[in-house]
Design a protein around this ligand. Structure first.
Ligand code: ADP
Ligand code: MG
Length: 314
């Protein structure tokens, strides 16, 4: 290694160690660009996100904002174009071959929106849950017992001997959570798991995710466009145009408690203000900043000459 490389490493180390050092999931300036027929789509444009061990968070955002892209990267199905993505110590930019396979099998669990994609139709619920344990080399007897315990914990113990075709959508999704938990993952990702369900059933599925989180301590990231679910989690992160913008936190942690809104401050000092604030206060192009001893004020730039072009000769 050259002296220059060593210097660069030394310069990079304290910064990297500080950002997300104790986090289970770290995304730092994450970029994903899709190229099809010479057209580039920037699905993620420098996204920052930290999730601590044992957290249950919701990720919301309009259709096309990059939610599925983020989950596909974090679950090891897709590779980012640039930036940092780390889960449980695995670097997802360099993860290859056997390690990637092991990561997907043992470190993470996944639940898709389409109920049919989560379960094999010709196996009953218990066998669906036991299957990934078999792949991981667990004994049949152990797998059988754990499958029944997980189904019981998620309120679908009575479905153990049923095939997916004889379960409701909500039951299938709760069994799918058991499948995702089978190999005791560190993190579970769910991409709109209640997207095909009515609101009552969707609450039951969310309740099951909360149970998994509190009973097993597994970190859970749920993508949803249903803003109602944000009532049921401690932290909601909004993705807008491929970046995380605002966060809603529930004080004291209880669901339904009072909320505080936060904005992500990136390392360059950028903050994205909520669209509704901008519209209401008619802020655009430029804002006036004031600095107090303990806060920064952001004001509309009323009567500013911003839009007036400079005249020649002026
Ligand atoms: P969301 O899940 O929030 O609806 P996605 O992550 O699916 O958003 O998509 C983000 C953006 O990336 C969209 O503009 C989408 O059209 C584009 N995109 C997603 N997947 C691909 C792909 N495989 N090829 C090209 N563009 C894609
Ligand atoms: Mg999506």
């Amino acid at each position: 290694m050259s002296t220059l490389q060593e210097l660069e490493l030394a310069a990079a180390r304290p910064k990297d160690a500080a950002y997300g050092e104790d986090a289970k999931i770290v995304c730092d300036n994450l970029v994903r660009i899709y190229k099809t027929d010479g057209i580039e789509v920037q699905a993620l444009q420098g996204l920052d996100l930290l999730v601590r061990a044992g957290e249950l968070i919701a990720v919301v955002g309009a259709s096309g904002s990059g939610k599925s892209t983020l989950l596909n990267i974090l679950s090891g199905l897709d590779t980012p174009t640039a930036g940092v993505a780390r889960v449980g110590g695995y670097d997802l930019l360099t993860l290859k071959g056997r390690d990637r396979l092991r990561y997907r099998r043992e470190t993470v669990g996944f639940i898709w929106q389409q109920t049919a994609r989560n379960l094999l139709p010709y196996l009953n619920a218990a066998d669906n849950v036991a299957l990934p344990m078999g792949f991981a080399g667990k004994r049949r007897k152990y797998a059988r017992r754990r499958a029944e315990e997980l189904l019981e914990m998620l309120g679908v113990g009575y479905c153990a001997a049923r095939h997916p075709g004889r379960m409701s959508g909500g039951e299938q999704q709760r069994v799918s959570i058991a499948v995702a938990l089978a190999n005791d993952p560190e993190v579970v990702f769910a991409d709109e798991p209640t997207g095909e369900l009515d609101s009552g059933t969707s609450r039951q599925v969310f309740e099951a995710l909360r149970t998994a989180n509190s009973e097993l301590g597994v970190s859970i990231v749920v993508v949803t466009h249903d803003h109602g679910v944000t009532e049921q989690v401690q932290r909601t992160v909004e993705i807008r145009d491929g970046r995380t913008s605002t966060e809603v936190l529930r004080r004291g942690g209880e669901a339904g408690g009072p909320v505080e809104q936060f904005a992500v401050l990136d390392r360059a000092g950028r903050v994205q203000l909520p669209r509704e604030y901008l519209d209401e206060l008619r802020m655009r192009d430029r804002v006036r900043l004031t600095k107090d001893s303990d806060h920064v004020g952001v004001w509309p730039d009323l009567g500013s000459p911003v839009q007036t072009p400079i005249q020649p000769g002026e």
